[in-house]
Design a protein around this ligand. Structure first.
Ligand SMILES: *[C@@H]1O[C@H](CO)[C@@H](O)[C@H](O)[C@H]1NC(C)=O
Ligand SMILES: *[C@@H]1O[C@H](CO)[C@@H](O)[C@H](O)[C@H]1NC(C)=O
Length: 435
């Protein structure tokens, strides 16, 4: 009992028990897994043995979320030695795979691999389908972070710089479409340096509101004006490597990088030689739930376009729902709220029969039950039932046996939505506002 109460005191949590703050760390490492016959990466020793050692260190240090690049032909040795519970299936060795994989203590949804639109023939960048991966990682209840693993075009010829700028721009554009209003981590092998004309590593800061953890924590927020190369492993973070970490939070989750390290000294052969020609980058993070806006966990399938009302809601001092409208028939077609401040937040298609409820002064939306089923072999939402603080309900669609209920904590109300939609609502979560 004594033990239990001290644990309860130590963990700040919501009334429903979900933590309101926490920490995690991320690591990025190019594991130098091209076939030895193509490229020995200037790393001594046997690649299978070395890659197995890297996997052992992943387990020993138990990093929360790891991105690897060039995980090609020694992938089996990496996974045999590692014991993270969530890992991507390999896309293959050279010339089939991208070399990108994720090893994680957190589960995720929506994992996708995307090829670069552009590659340059110089340096063999077109020999294998390089690109980036996207996934939405569940760090904690209401804390979903979009993680992008990248491996851009290498080299310093003009065509390499053009291809690399195109690669980084492609990720930046993808973030706008997939990750609007969501926390984002981009970490991987950018092949970029801030001092190189033509490289555009600032794109995530200028176009996506992200921070480079190296710039902020190692350089005090200042961009380098002269190229300072690192030895491998490096004993200082004052020098620049091409493996980089960018991050941002959202109106519902503050994300702060607290420590930036090059940790090549954690990844050595027994005799002190390196295991990769890249120095791994380790960044520690703290996250905190928003004081005014938070998210429920979502429910539903992995289809449709991403939507998120957080950015709109964050511009309103106190969002208050005046009317809620739901449309459905055999399934859930659309959801919509109109706010007292005038905005209408609508998602889904135009089908179904609409039902509306106008809330009384002081009445709020307190909970919602949503049910999913299978349609055309895919998980879709079939129904919703919303309850207000005056115990009134509004429902549409056909209920199934697979339902969840999301309830706002005391002092909070449902004011908007997050999820994926097309001509129906494929996935739905709720934005809560403090009232
Ligand atoms: C360490 O061992 C590897 C092979 O196991 C060898 O190739 C390399 O030269 C050794 N490094 C040193 C510094 O002796
Ligand atoms: C690794 O860390 C996670 C927390 O992120 C913990 O739950 C797990 O037990 C740890 N695994 C090992 C092998 O220490």
């Amino acid at each position: 009992m004594l033990y239990l109460s001290s644990v309860l005191l130590a963990v700040a949590s919501t009334a429903l028990g979900a933590p309101t703050t926490g920490t995690f760390n991320i690591l990025t490492l190019n594991v130098a897994g091209l076939p030895a016959i193509l490229n020995d990466n200037d790393v001594p020793g046997d690649k299978t043995v070395n890659t197995g050692l890297i996997g052992q260190y992943f387990s020993i240090y138990n990093y929360s979320l790891i991105h690897v690049q060039e995980d090609f032909n020694y992938h089996a040795a990496l996974y045999a030695a590692d014991d993270h519970p969530y890992r991507t299936a390999t896309s293959g060795g050279v010339p089939l795979g991208s070399g990108l994989n994720t090893l994680s203590n957190f589960d995720w949804v929506d994992m996708e691999r995307t090829k670069w639109d552009t590659c340059s023939a110089s340096g063999g960048d077109c020999l294998t389908p390089k690109g980036f991966t996207f996934m939405r990682v569940k760090v904690s209840e209401g804390v979903w972070v979009d993680a992008y693993n990248i491996h851009t075009d290498a080299g310093t010829e003009a065509s390499d710089l053009t291809a690399r700028a195109s690669n980084l721009q492609q990720v930046s554009t993808h973030i706008k479409a997939y990750s609007q209003s969501n926390p984002v981590l981009v970490f991987g092998d950018s092949n970029s340096r801030y001092t190189r004309t033509g490289d555009i590593p600032k794109v995530f800061t200028t176009d996506n509101g992200m921070t480079d953890a190296w710039i902020s924590l190692a350089l005090g927020g200042n961009y380098p004006t002269a190229e300072v190369l690192c030895k491998n492993p490096s004993d200082t973070t004052a020098c620049e490597i091409v493996d980089k970490v960018w991050y941002r939070g959202s109106p519902a989750v503050t994300l702060t990088a607290t420590q930036f390290q090059y940790v090549g000294n954690q990844f050595l052969q027994p005799n002190g030689s390196v295991l990769s020609d890249h120095d791994p980058v380790l960044v520690d993070f703290t996250w905190t739930l928003g004081a005014k806006l938070r998210l429920s966990d979502p429910f539903g399938g992995a289809f449709g376009t991403f939507y998120n009302d957080l950015d709109t809601l964050s511009t309103i001092a106190t969002p208050v729902v005046s009317t809620i409208t739901l449309s459905g028939g055999n399934r859930l077609d659309s959801v919509s709220v109109t706010l007292a401040s005038g905005q209408t937040l609508t998602h889904g298609g135009t089908g179904g029969n609409a039902v509306s409820l106008t809330l009384a002064t002081g009445e709020t939306l307190t909970s919602a039950t949503i049910c999913q089923g299978t349609y055309n072999d895919q998980a879709r939402l079939f129904s919703i039932s919303v309850t207000t603080s005056k115990a009134r309900t509004l429902s549409t669609g056909v209920t199934t046996s697979d339902c969840v209920t999301r309830t706002a904590e005391s002092g909070w109300a449902i004011v908007g939505f997050v999820g994926r939609s097309g001509d129906g609502i494929d996935r739905l979560g709720f934005v809560y506002a403090k009232i």
